[in-house]
Design a binder for this molecule. Sequence first.
Ligand SMILES: *Cc1c(COP(=O)(O)O)cnc(C)c1O
Length: 391
Amino acid sequence: MPLVKKYLQDLAIFGNPPAFPEPLHVGRPNIGNREQFLELIDDVLDRKWLTNNGKYVREFEKAIAAITGAKHCIAVSNGTMGLELAAKAAEIKGEAIVPSFTFIATAHALQWLGITPVFADIDPETHAIDPEAVESLITPNTTAIIGVHIWGESCPVEALADVARRHGLTLIFDAAHAFACSHQGQPIGRFGEAEVFSFHATKFINSLEGGAITTDNDELARKIRLMKNFGFAGYDRVVSTGTNGKMNEISAAMGLTSLACLDEWIEINYRHYRQYRQELAGSIGIRLYPFDERERRNYQYIILEIDETASKISRDRLLEVLQAENILARRYFYPGCHKMEPYRSSGQTWHLPQTERLASRVISLPTGTALQSEDISQICQIIRLAASFEF
Ligand SMILES: *Cc1c(COP(=O)(O)O)cnc(C)c1O
């Protein structure tokens, strides 16, 4: 039974025992039905078909296509590989405009292909890439825009599509956070030329490592299928350049096991989100990132913004208080891609005030199936306590 912290001096930061004996991590994987997973593994081993477009990979692709409504789904080894394959197949080159407030893989996938990521600022309310900022960064070398559905909240799809159309740019979405989410009532997965999901262990649905590209574009899908398998169009017949982006059968089995829990996990995450919202309501200088509940969301991220000018505690001090309690909250996308290498030293000067402001304010809190309602009460109580005193 965790200690209930009633007073400031009870906090672990002052040498008291932590509220949680075991660390609560952000991004603890959701694990589905273990028996089902082990049965699938047995079957994979019995059939001795471990990879190369196996039965479970095809089933997983079919399930994702059904959930997203996309015509094609190509499962891949991870989300980063998915971004690389999509960018390569769509023949993106020169410069591509991306948000800086995203996981580094969004930028690295481009850089890896010799495409220069150009960082656009965000909307401070939604944390999404700002279409006006995108438009202002277009040069004769720009060939693409990569929108990111940050936290699973859809980014401004129509406005980005409009900019892309007017300037003849390819539009792709990094949907790593947004599996099983919607935009204007339509499932994410069919917007732009392609959308890319991640099924990494920390994501809402996981396949250990894994990812998928969804698209309605037949030609793009055909190219990506070839490219993820070295360009093989048949035994001994290589028709294009390619790489090894294949998903294996054990990952697909884990993905299918996870998918079986999709509705249950959304329900749990949603319940946690509502509890956080309720218990943190009215805390001055603390904003819980609000999801658009009219849309389908996976509620996988519980995001706090600490406004240091209004709250008594700084973001980093709050992190220290939480970490002392074994609540391993995290800064997210700090300090921003543009402040990481190789972009920081690229010689380019970035003007990203909203990104920098947000990166200094955000905390991601634990959620998911590993947490109980009492845990969230305890976490919120500590946050309220820490935020009410001047350190
Ligand atoms: C996780 C993530 C990726 C990369 O996915 P991996 O499967 O880990 O390679 C890309 N973009 C964003 C926004 C992510 O959160």
